[in-house]
Design a protein around this ligand. Structure first.
Ligand code: ACO
Length: 335
């Protein structure tokens, strides 16, 4: 039986830094509130007129990951792209990557699992490799949030949190079963779908209806989040997903060398760290610089941690995420 292992990592964030101070000029908010509640100091937002989109940023991150894997785009057998902010309502961004990277006409699938998107994407790719169907899969998480946020005081509970960016991993076949993805665990609970959602446009709320209504007070087009409710579920589900992964592999929290939690809120990561009695060296956070980049957050953090030399051969690496859906999950890897 084959196993799958990360052979290349890359990330890309737009140059444009937006500080909490910058936000306080657009809406009634302030640096102290944002830092105290979320840990975020700044985020990247695509500048107007830039060529960047979710697909374009995903392609930029992918080129780095593929090169670091010692491969070319022609070696990639399949594309898995996670995003909640695709360039088009349809088709998904995966097909754009196939074109942008001048790849063979390989299959491409989009994953729509928001903050858990990258964890889901890794799990999907892992199955294709474990069954022997593909050798090298490009797994991408990318978000262009800033184009769709309500940047007025009305939207402050959501818009201060989210940032733009992309990350990519190449997952490759290995015959060494002691290395690579040990297990992945995925969950959902759709009854909470509307606690963190964008309601429109949707097939129920499509262009003729939008034109007919033309109501500037309609908030359906902006993300809505029941923040406190989401927070309470996040801390529970993050922990469950980690415990499930550890149990499956007969491991303890103390065995974790690096936990990469989805960067939703520094307070959530700190809660999880404390619960599992992990030291600062066992958890990586970069929400301070990038905000919550949803499907891109885990892969950007994983890449940064690896670039900083914080992940070494044989380390036990845990990816865990929770988000809109609700969806949550974890991936446990031996590096
Ligand atoms: N600046 C200043 N004040 C604000 C802001 C802001 N940006 N936003 C809200 N406030 C005010 C509110 O109006 C409220 O005022 P009131 O007490 O007078 O009514 C007060 O601050 C407290 O607001 P809460 O929403 O209760 O603040 P809370 O402490 O819950 O923090 C936050 C909000 C940061 C959103 C938190 O709830 C959270 O992080 N939730 C979880 C997010 C998460 O995990 N998301 C999942 C992943 S995302 C995805 O899947 C797409």
């Amino acid at each position: 039986m084959y196993n799958s292992k990360i052979t290349g990592l890359g990330y890309y964030v737009p140059d444009n830094v937006v500080t909490n101070e910058d936000l306080s000029k657009m809406m009634d908010t302030n640096d102290a509130w944002i830092q105290e509640r979320t840990g975020i100091k700044e985020r990247r937002w695509i500048q107007e007129g830039s060529e960047d989109t979710s697909a374009v940023m995903g392609a930029k991150a992918s080129r780095i990951a593929i090169e670091r894997a010692g491969l070319t785009p022609k070696d990639i057998d399949f594309i898995v792209f996670a995003t909640l902010s695709p360039d088009y309502y349809f088709p998904g961004c995966g097909v754009q990557i196939q074109e942008m990277l001048e790849m063979r006409t390989v299959g491409a699938v989009d994953i729509r699992n928001q903050c858990s998107g990258f964890v889901y994407a890794m799990s999907v790719a892992d199955q294709f490799i474990k069954t022997g169907m593909y050798k090298n899969i490009l797994v991408i998480g990318s978000e262009f949030h800033s184009g769709g946020l309500d940047k007025t005081t009305r939207g402050r509970g959501v818009s201060v949190i989210f940032g733009d960016g992309a990350g990519a991993a190449v997952l490759s076949r290995t015959e060494d079963n002691t290395k690579g993805i040990l297990s992945s665990h995925l969950h959902s609970e759709g009854k909470h779908a509307e606690e963190l959602t964008v309601l429109a446009p949707s097939i129920r709320h499509w262009v003729p209806k939008i034109l007919e209504e033309n109501d500037e007070n309609d908030e359906s087009y902006f993300p809505y989040m029941n923040g406190t409710f989401v927070f309470k579920h996040a801390v529970v589900r993050f922990s469950e997903a980690i415990v499930e992964g550890l149990k499956t592999n007969n491991l303890q929290a103390a065995d974790i060398n690096m936990l990469i939690p989805h960067q939703a809120n520094l307070r959530i990561s700190q809660f999880v760290q404390k619960k599992f009695k992990l030291t600062d060296d066992q958890v990586f956070n970069n929400i301070q610089k990038y905000g919550n980049t949803t499907a891109a957050s885990v892969i950007i953090a994983l890449t940064e941690a690896w670039e900083k030399g914080k992940i070494k051969d044989n380390d036990l690496v845990v990816l865990a995420a929770f988000g809109s859906g609700f969806t949550w999950g974890s991936v446990i890897m031996r590096w």
